[in-house]
Design a protein around this ligand. Sequence first.
Ligand code: NDP
Length: 255
Amino acid sequence: MPALDAFSLDGKRAIVTGGSRGIGRAIAEGFAEAGAAVAIANRSADACEQAATEIEAATDARTLAVPTDVTDEADVEHLVERVTDAFGGVDLLVNNAGIAVPSPAEEKPVEEWRETMETNLTGVFLCAKHAGRAMIEGDGGSIVNVSSITAAVADPDVPHVDYHASKGGVEAFTRQLATEWGRHGVRVNNLAPGMVETEMSASDDATDEKRRDRIPLGDLSRPSDLVGGAVFLASDAAGYVTGATLLVDGGYTAT
Ligand code: NDP
């Protein structure tokens, strides 16, 4: 097979959680450009519909909007059923939905800790569980969990213990799941962004200058910088890659 053909997602059926904006939106559009049918799954029904409609218009790919709260197992089951009905199965899942609510550990309300864990870690488990089951019953598949450099490095400037703990959990979850599902033909990997300009990171302006100085490639990334890595991990080009973490951080963690 010609080398570039292995990167094609032609005929693949994908779910991208948090696909309405930011990194998820860029990955959803990238998957559609690479040939996949793409379901967008986030809580806001309007944003979900809008993203699906715009991606379909821009790429001609099939899209589906399924408003979903990844912390709610019934919602996630419904998501996988809708995608299976509409597309005939599920081959790819990008577990991208996530939140970050900074506050000092000594003051952090336990409700905030729980919400972060529910969204960033339990949500990843629930989507993997139900989409993975569909993959196991089908022809296997590929799961890309969007973790973060915060799984590997601390940041004294942003008080985020719950966020760091959740992303560390995602990376450990990925390694374990990869070992359990390799035999089923389901690959599971992490895509670990550095600092990306999105709504989520907009609140961290005060530390941006200091952080930029630490990035060997010299600037924060944009959501589009994550697309190549996500397509690679999802595609047959990564057919022998599982349990891995692909850092896309401009070299931040190398310093
Ligand atoms: P944004 O805040 O821009 O987008 C988050 C997306 O997740 C939205 O579509 C939102 O839609 C959705 N979402 C949030 N909670 C839920 C939920 N409970 N169920 C379903 N969907 C949900 O974030 P980013 O694009 O910046 O981040 C995307 C991922 O990348 C996250 O996992 C984040 O931790 C990770 N990341 C981000 C970095 C950055 O610098 N921005 C760096 C490293 C990792 P809605 O509100 O409608 O549900």
